[in-house]
Design a binder for this molecule. Structure first.
Ligand SMILES: Nc1ncnc2c1ncn2[C@@H]1O[C@H](COP(=O)(O)OP(=O)(O)OP(=O)(O)O)[C@@H](O)[C@H]1O
Length: 196
């Protein structure tokens, strides 16, 4: 995927400046920066969720997204939370549940799962979609340290196994290091990307 951003405004406010970014399958990138700098805004543009920007996005790749909030279907069980959005079959969904350590939880509803389990379900759903590139917005925030470590190791393993690329938005350089991601930093007003 390739983005040539000339600028992004909210009303009169120029939030992002000129940003050139390309990510290929297998490549891992982390975008760091303080709260409010424009990390989520940039990720939403990359995901094609926000078409209101000046510039050009070449989005030929297959993308999957994970957010800080797992955004699951509340009235569907864990299995259907994978099969319905991705179109994959039951066996594939069960396999992915196993890979994220949720074997035996397939008939539970999201509210019956802990936050860490819900995040792993969202991760399984993302990988079940077979993405070239995973776009992740703070998916490890507000987990207890042990769960966070396990989730980071799991994400690293699944990225390696599938060969998917990664764009991770985070304020935490440790997460970038744990995922062996090249780091770029958003800074300035309007914000632009600098090598870290
Ligand atoms: N829909 C919107 N309308 C107006 N302003 C917005 C909108 N979305 C974001 N902003 C503003 O754009 C700026 C960048 O927001 P963004 O959420 O991208 O920052 P962030 O770096 O992801 O922050 P955080 O780390 O706290 O999530 C902020 O000043 C925010 O208030």
């Amino acid at each position: 995927m390739q983005l040539e951003l000339e600028g992004k405004q909210f009303g009169p406010r120029e939030v992002l400046g000129r940003i050139s970014l390309s990510v290929a399958k297998g490549e891992r990138l982390a975008i760091l920066g303080p709260s409010g700098i424009g990390k989520s805004t940039l990720l939403r543009i990359l995901a094609g969720l926000d078409p209101k920007f000046r510039g050009r996005l070449d989005a030929g790749d297959r993308l999957a997204l994970v957010f800080q909030e797992p955004v699951l279907l509340p009235w569907r069980d864990a299995l259907a939370n994978i099969t319905l959005p991705t179109g994959c079959d039951r066996l594939t969904a069960l396999d992915w549940l196993g890979q994220v350590g949720l074997a035996g939880h397939e008939n539970k509803f999201p509210r019956q799962l802990s936050l860490g389990q819900q995040r792993r379900l969202a991760l399984a759903r993302a990988f079940a979609a077979g993405p070239d590139i995973l776009l992740a917005d703070e998916p490890f925030a507000s987990l207890d340290p042990e769960t966070r470590e396990r989730m980071l190791a799991l994400t690293d393993a699944l990225l390696t196994r599938t060969g998917a690329g990664l764009v991770l938005v985070t304020h935490d350089p440790d997460e970038a290091a744990a995922l062996k991601a090249r780091t770029l930093r958003l800074q300035g007003n309007p914000a632009v990307l600098q090598n870290d």
